[in-house]
Design a protein around this ligand. Structure first.
Ligand SMILES: Nc1ncnc2c1ncn2[C@@H]1O[C@H](COP(=O)(O)OP(=O)(O)O)[C@@H](O)[C@H]1O
Ligand SMILES: [Mg+2]
Length: 428
């Protein structure tokens, strides 16, 4: 890529990131592709016809579509929503699709590039083998033939279709063959750094000057498992609570308190985080221990588990992150963070089943470092409702130990854990 072009892409990426925070590399890929098509500089003769944004709800797919439409300097973006095509244009859905493509072709001739955004693509183009309706299979067929009919020579301008979905597996597989949605972009739930950026966007763009004294780092750290949409909800809840108390501005504590109300809706069993070296925030005797434990795991690479005692609860995240940092520097392994309280949440249904799901996934990810926060939420001797959970956990720990799995499990506790569980851990 010529330098000037690269600069232009970077600049556009920065501009977009003021409204929706998507990782640099992903966004550069998307923007680079679209700008090079717009400027007739696409390096190959066969640019993609379709781009698929997929990932869990609330990760910014729709917002990115809208932002791209606004920021790419194309006249009037063409955005359609899958459900709308089906209901609003009922009986004329296929015709509507044809119109949209015809309009895009016209545009492309004038502006070199036209983008058709299809939000919630899965409702328009579900797997044909699984749908009962007769409209959907016809629509899938129509969309496929329209996409296949798109010019692939860039000379006459280019039409690209960007689709988004929370359920890529629900899409008709024919859409994902080469020549259709050629390029798939996965949207992950945000990690701690991304959550910080998203929070800034939400506060600066939506809340504006009605906030004060917010420690972004801390809120980002405290919201493991939150998607962008969850963060938006967190902020709204804080605004509401402050308003009820007659205050105009929200502050740090309002946000922390709102966390008791807003649960991460995209609750998944775990999140991958990027571990950070936080040794400079910890007492040196703890850092020494951490280094030893990390080194020990690196050289043996068989199951180890560390329990961070309740006295260290407030430093537990830093400790876990630092251990994971040392280990993953050497082993290049993932760092998984889970909150034990999730397993008790109604979103998850049964506690035991969700624990099983987590540990089964860990098996497939080894070597890995996993940090379970507040383990006593599912292994507290005083809580009889969770006896089954304790059995489930200890049987996995047993299995991991027996089979010398390459898993380093770190846990922290607020109160205490039952003795059977405790036996598996080295205490810190
Ligand atoms: N990556 C992000 N950056 C900034 N805001 C975000 C991000 N992800 C989600 N949000 C917030 O959550 C809202 C809902 O996200 P949305 O784009 O509808 O998610 P999706 O389409 O992936 O389900 C957005 O309007 C925005 O306020
Ligand atoms: Mg969406």
């Amino acid at each position: 890529m010529p330098n000037e072009f690269q600069e232009a892409v970077k600049e556009k990426v920065k501009e977009i990131q003021q409204e929706v925070y998507i990782k640099d590399d992903l966004l550069e890929k998307i923007v680079g592709l679209l700008l090079s098509l717009r400027d007739g500089k696409f390096p190959s003769k066969r640019p993609p016809r379709g781009l698929l944004f997929y990932g869990p709800p609330g990760t910014g797919k729709t917002l990115l579509m809208k932002t791209l439409a606004k920021k790419l300097g194309l006249s009037e973006p063409i955005i359609i929503r899958g459900p709308e095509i089906i209901s609003q244009y009922y009986g004329k859905s296929e015709q509507r699709l044809r119109q949209v493509f015809a309009l895009a072709k016209e545009r492309a001739e004038e502006e070199n590039l036209a983008i058709i955004f299809i939000d919630e693509l899965d409702s328009l183009a579900p797997r044909r083998d699984l749908t009962k309706g007769e409209l959907e299979p016809r629509l899938v067929g129509q969309l496929l033939s329209l996409m296949d009919g798109l010019e692939r020579e860039v000379s006459k301008g280019h039409v690209i279709v960007i689709g988004s979905t929370n359920r890529p597996e629900a899409l008709d597989p024919a859409l994902r063959r080469p020549g259709r949605f050629d390029l798939e972009i996965e949207f992950d739930p945000p990690d701690v750094d991304e959550r910080k950026e998203i929070l800034k966007i939400i506060l600066n763009n939506y809340v504006k000057d009605r906030y004060e004294n917010v420690n972004f780092d801390e809120i980002a750290e405290q919201t493991v498992g939150f998607t962008g949409a969850d963060l938006l909800q967190l902020v709204n809840e804080a605004l509401l609570q402050a308003a009820l108390k007659g205050r105009e501005k929200i502050n740090h504590n309002d946000l922390l308190r709102a966390k008791n109300v807003v649960k991460p809706s995209a609750l998944r069993e775990f999140y991958l985080e990027k571990p950070k070296d936080r040794s400079n925030e910890l007492p040196s005797e703890i850092v020494d221990k951490i280094k030893r434990l990390a080194q020990e795991f690196i050289s043996h690479q068989s199951f180890r588990s560390i329990l961070i005692q309740r006295e260290l609860w407030h430093q537990a995240d830093k400790i876990a992150s630092t251990i994971a940092y040392y280990v993953s520097n050497d082993l290049h392994c993932p760092y998984i963070v889970a909150r034990a309280t999730w397993f008790r949440s109604r979103w998850f249904g049964e506690t035991e089943r969700s624990i099983r799901k987590l540990f089964e996934k860990i098996k497939r990810l080894q070597p890995c470092v996993i940090y379970i926060k507040g383990l006593d939420a599912i292994a507290n001797p005083k809580d009889e409702h969770i006896h089954g959970a304790i059995l489930e956990i200890t049987s996995y720990l047993d299995e991991f130990r027996e089979n010398s799995m390459k898993v380093l499990l770190i846990s922290s506790v607020i109160q205490e854990v039952d003795n059977t569980t405790r036996e598996f851990f080295v205490e810190l």
